[in-house]
Write a protein that binds this ligand. Structure first.
Ligand code: NAI
Ligand code: MG
Length: 497
């Protein structure tokens, strides 16, 4: 066994884990030879170490992606691109147990949830495979002496920076539309969860992609991430992560080559429950809305707003429901909530919880660490919350929810919009008019009615306000990866002979 691979055994699968950077279809050591550990958040112990990319590695990967973009990849037909992406989707499904168990090991998410992520990642890749040969422009009639048409050309070499909360899903959201449109890619996985992206690199090779089309690097944001966002030969950067880093990326793009930027950032999404809601349904979706993926969702329903008549009943029953969420080892059947991803995230969340306690909110449930090993936090519910509290304004990104009371529709909308974010929202009511009025009035990129967290790769996803720029998924994502060229062809005689 070389030091570029290691054998890993999970309760579900034993497999060969690549450790190198994936550039030009080969696993290589980084230029510096440095490695970093990735931690299993359930045990707090290292799983293995992977090679770390620095600026020079980014240069090498970009050169590979540029060469492929101008050369081999530009000669591959759209149909053939689609076939490769579809094959990649098939391979995701074939190796679903391995990929899912890597997610559970490295990220801490429950195995059944990870299976869902992998199925969705495969679905997303296959969805964009179908688009590969359907990218086209328009012909525009001006007069009998001109032929004018547009071409939707690939934007070029794309840098993609992804987070740790849905490693493979974010990988596929980014790679799907880029590859379908004929771009090439250098993608940086999050330093907390580098393993699944590298295993998927093996599948890229197997799916038949030419060298350099998709390059995958492990590394840190301040080094490899910064090198991507300021690179002079990257045409577009796509980022998912914190609003703070999103700003840095936009600045780096502006200061370097004005590369195009899409950002999918944080949220503080309101989940609004009216007096007339089906309360069982609302409780069930609200529980899923905040506690799914341990609260580590950009669109988490972290602010529940309940109309005053049902507030006390809702709180009592919501607490009962949340207390039933099973915490534990991600590989155990029945586990719903695993550990938070890292010590740092654990500490950040506990700090918010302490802030909430000291700031005058009431801990209705949880509020403490769960167990003694692993980064587990009890499902935590705060009541007696006001909009000016830090816990009602800032993204906590953990299993922590605030519940606020509102009088009427107008107040619900006011509190709902009282945030710098605008990623998602939900409205629970049996009244269709209320549902539509409120969903129109809330400033958010996605609104669910009588549901939560229903995300489909067929529908666009992204943020209003400081939750981001641009839309991912659906046909909308294709616009991020294409640029429009207008061609005027003169049919008649010269105008100024
Ligand atoms: P982060 O924004 O620092 O990390 C996300 C990605 O950006 C990682 O790949 C990281 O390496 C990269 N990155 C970090 N600094 C960079 C830089 N200067 N230039 C280029 N790339 C850089 O997020 P972090 O620290 O992991 O989590 C902090 C908070 O961010 C969370 O508590 C949560 O509020 C938010 N977050 C939101 C996510 C979302 O899905 N929108 C995902 C992850 C975090
Ligand atoms: Mg890890």
């Amino acid at each position: 066994m070389s030091d570029l691979f290691t054998t890993i055994e999970t309760p579900i699968a034993k497999y060969e884990q690549p450790l190198g950077l994936f550039i030009n279809n080969e696993f290589v050591k980084g230029v510096s030879g440095k490695t970093f550990e990735t931690i299993n958040p359930t045990t707090e112990k290292p799983i293995t170490s992977v090679y770390e990319a620095n600026e020079k590695d980014v240069d090498i990967a970009v050169a590979a992606a540029r060469k492929a973009f101008e050369g081999s990849w530009s000669k591959v037909t759209p149909t053939e691109r689609g076939r490769m992406l579809a094959k990649l989707a098939d391979l995701f499904e074939r190796d679903s147990d391995i990929l899912s168990s890597i997610e559970s090991l490295d990220n801490g998410k429950a195995f059944v949830m990870a299976k869902g992520d992998v199925a969705n990642a495969a679905g997303c890749l296959r969805y964009y495979a179908g688009y590969a040969d359907k990218i086209h422009g328009q012909t525009i009639d001006q007069n009998s002496e001109s032929l004018t048409y547009t071409r939707h050309e690939p934007v070029g070499v794309c840098g993609q920076i992804i987070p740790w909360n849905f490693p493979l899903l974010m990988w596929s959201w980014k790679i799907g539309p880029a590859i379908a449109t004929g771009c090439t890619v250098i993608i940086k996985t999050a330093e907390q969860t580098p393993l699944s992206g590298l295993y998927a690199a093996k599948l890229i090779k197997e799916a038949g992609f030419p060298p350099g089309v998709i390059n995958i690097i492990s590394g840190f944001g301040r080094v490899a991430g910064a090198a991507i966002s300021s690179h002079m030969d990257i045409d577009k950067v796509a980022f998912t992560g914190s609003t703070m880093v999103g700003r840095t990326i936009l600045q780096a793009a502006a200061k370097s080559n004005l590369k195009k930027v899409t950002l999918e950032l944080g949220g503080k999404s309101p989940n609004i429950v009216f007096n007339d809601a089906d309360i069982d349904n609302a409780i069930s979706w609200s529980n899923f809305g905040i506690f799914f993926n341990h609260g580590q969702c950009c669109c988490a329903g972290s602010r529940i707003l309940v109309q005053e008549d049902i507030h006390d009943q809702f709180v009592a029953r919501f607490k009962e429901r949340a207390a039933k969420n099973q915490l534990g080892n991600p590989f155990e059947m029945g586990t719903f909530q695993g550990p938070q991803v890292s010590q740092l995230q654990f500490d950040r969340i506990m700090e918010y919880i302490n802030h909430g306690k000291q700031g005058g909110a009431t801990v209705a449930l949880g509020g403490e660490r769960h167990g003694t090993e692993g980064y587990f936090i009890q499902p935590t519910v705060f009541t007696d919350v006001t909009s000016d509290m830090k816990i009602a304004q800032e993204e906590i990104f953990g299993p922590v929810v605030t519940i606020q009371k509102f009088k009427d529709e107008e107040e619900a909308i006011k509190i709902g919009n009282d945030t710098c974010y605008g990623l998602a929202a939900a409205v629970h009511t049996k009244n269709v008019n209320t549902a539509i009025r409120v969903s129109n009035a809330i400033k958010a990129g996605t609104v669910w009615i009588n549901a939560y967290n229903m995300i489909s790769y067929q529908a666009p996803f992204g943020g209003f306000k400081q939750s981001g720029l641009g839309r991912e998924l659906g046909s909308y994502a294709l616009e991020n990866y294409t640029q429009v060229k207008t061609v005027h062809y003169r049919l008649g005689d010269a105008l100024f002979a």
